[in-house]
Design a binder for this molecule. Structure first.
Ligand code: UDP
Ligand code: MG
Length: 335
């Protein structure tokens, strides 16, 4: 394990995606640096600017100019949280890499406990939310349903109430780097890798500044991504449903025969029942097509194999001066 290989100077990378976080970013970096200093190891902070529309980039570059540990990865446009995290993971050099949101909802101080778990031999130390402050009752309710549903549908043990806030060792990061799927559900991908994964509990705080970038619409799309990335059970359900309906139809046919034999004059008036049956099964067929379509669309996007993100430039302090450069050697599959 990398922790055991470099017991005195394990190098830590912290990856933080930022989308319109200008107001809270200086406080975030200040707290993060205090924690890293306390750990007493070499570290780097990778701020991934995910096409922010406010002054996040300028603020982040300013922070990089002041702190040699800070690198700013500026993406060409908004690629989404999971893609931004992927860009950071691809460029992180540390023996251990921490993923953390830049809005201070994930307390940087917890990294100390995560590093302790890593040093004790954990491959992954993930933050588990004991409580969530500053979230709407609706978000809490839908999150609960989602995690229970995901558990029921997938074989891999994706822990409930855990976000992407986590520490991963080099081995796990390298494996993740090789997984270039387009619709990414990173916390699930990490569970899939396996190894020793331990929970570190914390209370999730309200945002320090700004507002959430995940309205219900995006959360719903994310949930569908998660389920389709980790389960083909919905496809199988379509087959089961079809079998059940065929059985029902055979049974109903037999029933009609029997009734006609017993009483040839029996007549069932049926406009309403026929219409309702047609509408019902029409809907069911469209649903089945839709489920197949979800998987087909994802296969289509995988086959195109477009990059997950595009980097505009990387900014960092070098020899006391701030420099921006394009990455010359992108990791395999990133471009
Ligand atoms: N984020 C991002 N790209 C996006 C949306 C969000 O990089 O398209 C970042 C955002 O800056 C934050 C983290 O991802 O650091 C989590 O987003 P947010 O706090 O809005 O989500 P929530 O905590 O409300 O679920
Ligand atoms: Mg947040």
């Amino acid at each position: 394990m990398s922790g055991a290989k470099f017991p005195s100077v394990p190098q830590l990378s912290v990856v933080a995606p930022c989308y319109n976080e200008a107001a809270g970013l200086p406080e975030f970096v200040r707290r993060l640096r205090a924690v890293c200093a306390e750990l007493g190891c070499g570290y780097e902070i990778l701020l991934v600017n995910d096409g922010s529309r406010d002054s996040t980039l300028e603020v982040a570059i300013g922070l990089a100019a002041q702190n040699p540990e800070v690198r700013v990865i500026n993406l060409l446009r908004n690629f989404g949280h999971q893609a931004a995290v992927t860009a950071g993971l691809d460029l992180a050099d540390g023996d251990a890499v921490v993923l953390i949101d830049s809005d201070l909802q994930d307390p940087p101080e917890l990294i100390v406990e995560m590093v302790a778990e890593w040093r004790k031999g954990a491959n992954v130390a993930y933050g588990k939310r004991r409580s969530r402050q500053g979230e709407t009752a609706f978000k809490l309710f839908t999150a609960k349903i989602f995690y229970r549903l995901l558990r029921g549908l997938t074989k891999s043990q994706i822990p409930a109430d855990a976000g992407d806030f986590r520490l991963m060792d080099r081995r796990v990061v390298e494996t993740l780097r090789s997984m270039r799927e387009r619709h990414r559900f990173i916390r699930g991908m990490v569970s899939w890798v396996g190894g020793k994964q331990v929970a570190v509990e914390y209370d999730r705080k309200p945002r320090f500044a700004g507002e959430t970038k995940f309205p219900f619409r995006k959360m719903f799309a994310f949930a569908i991504d998660a389920i389709t990335s980790f389960s083909v059970v919905p496809l199988r359900l379509v087959t089961y449903l079809a079998l059940a309906i065929i059985l029902l139809a055979v049974g109903a046919t037999a029933l009609v025969f029997v009734v006609k034999l017993i009483n040839p004059a029996f007549f069932i008036p049926g406009y309403a029942s026929i219409m309702l049956t047609i509408i019902f099964f029409g809907g069911l067929q469209l649903l089945a097509l839709g489920i197949i379509g979800e998987y087909l669309g994802r296969m289509y996007e995988s086959v195109k194999a477009r990059p997950i993100y595009v980097i505009e430039q990387i900014y960092r302090q070098q020899d006391g001066a701030l420099s921006g450069h394009n990455p010359t050697k992108p990791p395999p599959g990133a471009f």
